[in-house]
Design a binder for this molecule. Structure first.
Ligand SMILES: *Cc1c(COP(=O)(O)O)cnc(C)c1O
Length: 431
């Protein structure tokens, strides 16, 4: 459930009409609901905490899904930790008030500088994804006199996720090590005086709408925990990653957090493990919309009808990148029989098509539309392609709203690009 609903005759975020935000901030713009963020975090947390076999979960919100500082601060105030994949994300989490010990550092390519930064920040866990990374971390930790808590990221070879580009748990994917390799690596880590192996981690994909692959992966993780313990190696923690899907289509209902919690409790509960979770999408996706305005309706003689918006693939890349579906709703409902629109942005490539033949009520230039469920992997993946200013972000709380990332001015954008010295002074061209 979310807090984007009709208020009177038009779409609002909590108590603020979206048209009012468009008026104040301009379009395109992302709009997030504090109430939805808070609700999703609480529902996810409470479902897990309600299972006695799980106990108090460590919820490390996956920062990459939406890393806006105001969003992170909203979640940090509810007790969220953070799953981070770069120094920049660690810095964001710390700036938002996430305690260092609640931060997990994941990723296949952490640089020496990033590992040093993570160690000096005192993050709560570093998830190691390969043998060379273990070596690098052991050396840097020794050099700095640290002994970080380390989990080995396992690639359980289980396929899952809404699109091939976001499945991460198959043997051919770049993430983690095989179960056999994990046993070896964990024993290796235990021999290093500069490392403290505390457990295992896995994350098999995103937008998972079926519990079966998660259950299969968790079962394999349980077996591995038991084997390591059987070999005399202590295992205290299990990080189960994120990946739970959200409803983008009205027809598909992904498993609820309660179903997910019950499955988790049955698979890996009761082992005396501290369980960590890294939800991203399920917390933020339905807490945000991308607000856009219709520039033109371009009806072609062949019957095609293009709805040309002021938002483009650089603002929301999911349809171009993952063939993702976003519900598109007019902000002020329009009467009339639905027409089929090709919904496109102004960017100069055909990939800048949000949807083909989408049935929508008759729309006109100047109308506002909202891309629903755009809170995850939306603003974070935006770029300035075509020299379009980075899309701003707005946070709503009840009847108030605030710009939490402003749109840069063109002057700011151009000022970031100093000329090379040999181009700075005017010079006539060669003869
Ligand atoms: C992306 C990612 C997540 C979050 O995935 P969601 O599908 O957004 O829940 C969690 N953990 C890791 C390691 C990730 O890379």
């Amino acid at each position: 459930m979310n807090h984007f609903d009709l208020k009177g005759s038009e779409l609002a975020c909590e108590e603020v009409p979206l048209a009012r935000i468009a008026e104040a901030v301009g379009t395109p713009a992302y709009v997030y609901s504090s109430a939805t963020l808070e609700r999703h975090y609480r529902v996810f947390h409470d479902a897990l905490a309600a299972c006695p076999e799980i106990g108090e979960p460590w919820i490390a919100y996956a920062v990459k899904a939406n890393s806006n500082l105001a969003v992170l601060t909203t979640l940090a105030r509810l007790g969220a930790g953070a799953d981070t994949v770069s120094e920049g994300e660690i810095r964001r989490a710390l700036a938002a008030g996430v305690p260092a010990e609640k931060i997990v550092f994941s990723g296949v390519g952490k640089t020496a500088a990033e590992l040093a930064f993570a160690l000096d920040s005192g993050v709560g866990e570093i998830n190691v994804e390969s043998a060379p990374e273990l070596e690098l971390l052991a050396a840097i930790a020794a050099e700095r006199g640290r002994r970080p808590a380390v989990a080995v990221r396992v690639n359980p070879n289980v396929g899952a996720g809404g699109h091939r580009k976001i499945a991460t748990g198959k043997a051919e994917d770049k993430f983690g090590v095989s179960i056999a390799e994990a046993e070896r690596l964990y024993a290796e880590a235990a021999k290093r005086t500069s490392l403290r192996p505390v457990g295992l981690a896995c994350h098999i994909g995103s937008q998972i709408t079926d519990l079966a692959p998660l259950e299969a992966a968790f079962g394999l993780m349980r077996g591995l925990v038991e084997r390591l313990r059987g070999a005399g190696l202590p295992v205290e923690r299990l990080d189960l990653g994120g990946g739970l899907g959200v409803p983008y289509f009205n027809q598909s209902d992904p498993p609820s957090p309660a179903d997910y919690a019950r499955m988790t409790a049955a698979s890996v509960g009761g082992l005396g493990l501290r369980l960590a979770f890294e939800p991203g999408r399920v917390i933020v996706a339905n807490a945000g919309v991308l607000l856009a305005r219709v520039i033109h309706v371009h009806a072609r003689p062949d019957g095609r009808r293009f709805l040309v918006l002021d938002a483009a693939m650089n603002d929301l890349i999911r349809p171009a990148m993952y063939d993702a579906y976003h519900d598109i709703r007019p902000v002020k409902p329009r009467a009339g029989e639905a027409l089929a629109y090709d919904v496109v942005g102004p960017v100069c490539e055909t990939g800048d098509t949000f949807s083909r033949a989408r049935p929508l009520p008759p729309l006109e230039a100047g109308d506002l539309v909202a891309f629903m469920s755009a809170g995850a992997y939306g603003a974070v993946m935006a770029s300035e392609y075509n020299t379009r200013p980075l899309v701003p972000e707005v946070l709503v709380r009840a009847g108030e709203f605030a710009v939490v990332r402003r749109r840069p001015t063109y002057e700011e954008m151009l000022a970031r690009e100093p000329l090379a010295p040999w181009l700075a002074s005017p010079r006539s061209s060669r003869p």
